[in-house]
Design a protein. Structure first.
Length: 278
């Protein structure tokens, strides 16, 4: 069963490309014709590519991995924020923080800084500061939240990137390419599809066009998440019966594991301390 259809995409205006003089020849396989100096995208190919991308995204969501959505252009921001939040995925809709993937530990430090400010505000540490200092801290917190608030839950590198307008988000695409992270992208007739692993040829300027494609992809991801949940429940149900059998062994294994976790936590704490001193 197809995730979307020709008529839905046509109605949303997904077929409108850019002016002929602005085209990228690499997009030739996805162009159906030219009308009034504007390229028209072949929607039959778009339908097939949406299905292909949706299936891959479903598998990523099912395996419990994260997909980072990127859209900093005005007409895509709100749609992307809503759709990504609906499937509990991180997203970037303000300026792309350079090095966000290639220098991920630094970005994580900034996110931790935000959490620290919250913690110190809540436990009253900041209550004895002057109004000016409190104002500076709250401004810093607001600035961090604007750029990094939507990726606060991203504790490790994402398994894939979903980009609206690969030309505008070329830095994000290049970073993902360097790290071997697969890129899903809505690619218009003026863009280069060669750096995108899952090309979805469509109009990347119209809000309706972006919304229709994201709707299909996020619905597939939601299915993947639900299947993962169902499998987890089935595994727990299946694991109930032999639970008493090797109880002694499993308890010992659990103790070993907790010891290992404690050692790792101590190492991590020492590393953070060293890092702060440096």
């Amino acid at each position: 069963m197809s995730r979307t259809n020709f008529d839905t995409l046509l109605e949303a205006g997904c077929h409108f490309g850019h002016l002929k003089r602005k085209w990228n020849p690499a997009m030739a396989p996805y162009i159906f014709m030219e009308r009034n100096g504007i390229h028209i995208i072949d929607l039959h190919k778009t339908v097939a590519k949406v299905d292909e991308a949706a299936e891959a995204l479903k598998q990523i969501a099912k395996s419990g991995k994260k997909v980072l959505f990127v859209a900093t252009k005005k007409q895509a921001k709100q749609v992307v924020a809503d759709k990504a939040a609906s499937v509990n995925m991180p997203y970037v809709i303000e300026r792309w923080p350079g090095g966000m993937l290639t220098n991920f530990p630094t970005i994580r430090k900034a996110v931790k800084k935000m959490a620290t400010i919250d913690k110190l505000t809540n436990d009253g540490t900041y209550s004895n500061l002057s109004k000016r200092e409190i104002l500076q801290i709250s401004r810093q917190r607001a600035k961090l939240d604007k750029t990094l608030g939507s990726i606060a839950d991203l504790t490790r590198l994402p398994s894939a990137l979903f980009v609206i307008d690969v030309m505008k988000e070329n830095i994000a695409v290049r970073e993902a390419n360097r790290l071997g992270i697969p890129v899903f992208g809505i690619v218009d007739t003026n863009s280069d599809p060669s750096n995108v692993d899952f090309v979805i040829p469509a109009n990347d300027d119209a809000t309706k066009s972006i919304e229709v494609i994201l709707e299909a992809c996020c619905a597939a991801m939601q299915e993947g998440l639900e299947e993962r949940k169902a499998e987890k429940i089935d595994m727990e149900a299946a694991g109930e019966a032999p639970a008493n059998k090797g109880k002694k062994k499993s308890t010992k294994a659990r103790l070993d594991k907790s010891d290992e976790e404690a050692i790792n936590a101590a190492k991590a704490a020492a590393f953070i301390k060293e890092d702060e001193e440096a």
